[in-house]
Write a protein that binds this ligand. Structure first.
Ligand code: NCD
Length: 301
């Protein structure tokens, strides 16, 4: 089984072996972080971003450039024919006629699968509403593995908005599959959806102090206000904050991760601690997305 030519719309699209292969090749790219212009020379990556993005779009672009591919696309759906009423399916068919691979971010859950169903070229989901974000999960797993070694038996607390946060919807099933233990520290009313928690037999909810004291990883997420109704958002979410004091008081040994952007759920006094890994995690996006592009576009390293 090869990943060449296949779409990646959810983490379940990848076998455990394919996940390991992507992480392994990413390690090779990270160890020799120079351009490999020959690998994807002559290829074109189309990046269609209908929702705001800093890291995902620019790390995909950097990854494509480092492999010698060129990039077309847009960072704002407001400048495209979607404002004239063009459907996602039609936009996808058109872009698939220009690029060799389509990276898509879209506010609607299921958008990447809809695009993949009509696309002649592979579609990589860069976030579909409150759905999934599988390449974020790959770089999250890479960062955990890099810091902690094998993920079997590693204890991970996912924190914050677990209901609308798509990164955890891809991460939790992947962690279960790779043998990690997952616990949840949801913001009030924002627990994991049943279909996500159900993978691997459910996820226990624990208080923040207990998670900090007992886990190897605190994976913090922001409240996704843009996905909430006005009423939900106005209700306030009583979100949780990780700060230096919490980590000291609990005697935490955990590394602290966050897909970013951070709002105020990790206080800035954590940034200078050795356990803060979120900027390292954002940097890891480049070798991991290089590896994703290389696997799907069928280049040999
Ligand atoms: C995340 C996303 O877009 O889902 N950001 C990212 O891709 N690094 C997380 C978020 O926006 O909270």
């Amino acid at each position: 089984m090869t990943l060449a030519g296949r779409s990646l719309t959810r983490i379940a699209d990848l076998s455990d072996e394919e996940i390991r292969s992507i992480l392994d090749r990413a390690s090779e790219y990270a160890a020799a972080p120079r351009d490999r212009m020959d690998e994807l020379r002559g290829r074109i990556v189309a990046a269609a971003f209908f929702e705001p993005s800093t890291r995902t779009r620019l790390s995909f672009e950097t990854a494509a450039h480092r492999l010698g591919a060129r990039v077309i696309g847009f960072a704002d759906g407001g400048s495209t024919s979607s404002v004239k009423g063009e459907s996602l399916e039609d936009t996808t068919r058109v872009l698939a006629g220009y690029g060799d691979l389509l990276v898509l971010r879209h506010p609607e859950q299921g958008a990447a699968a809809r695009a993949a169903a009509v696309s002649d070229v592979p579609v990589v989901n860069a976030g579909d509403g409150a759905g999934e974000h599988p390449t974020q999960t790959l770089l999250d797993l890479y960062t955990m593995r890099d810091n902690l070694g094998d993920l079997e038996g590693v204890r991970v607390a996912v924190m914050g908005d677990l209901r609308y946060g798509r990164t955890v919807h891809s991460l939790v099933p992947a962690l279960h599959r790779l043998g990690a233990d997952v616990v949840a520290v949801p913001a009030p009313g924002l627990g994991l959806p049943d279909d996500v928690a159900g993978h691997g037999g459910g996820v226990d909810e624990v208080p923040l102090g207990e998670a900090a004291a007992s886990c190897d990883v605190l994976y913090v997420t922001r409240v996704q206000r843009e996905r909430m109704s006005r009423q939900e958002s106005a209700g306030g979410s009583g979100h949780l904050v990780v700060d230096g004091d919490l980590l000291r008081r609990s005697g935490s040994r955990a590394i602290v991760m966050h897909p970013l952007p951070r709002v105020d759920e990790i206080s800035v006094d954590v940034d200078s601690l050795p356990s803060a890994k979120y900027f390292e995690q954002a940097r890891n996006a480049v070798p991991v997305r290089m590896s994703v592009l290389s696997h799907i576009l069928g280049a040999s390293p």
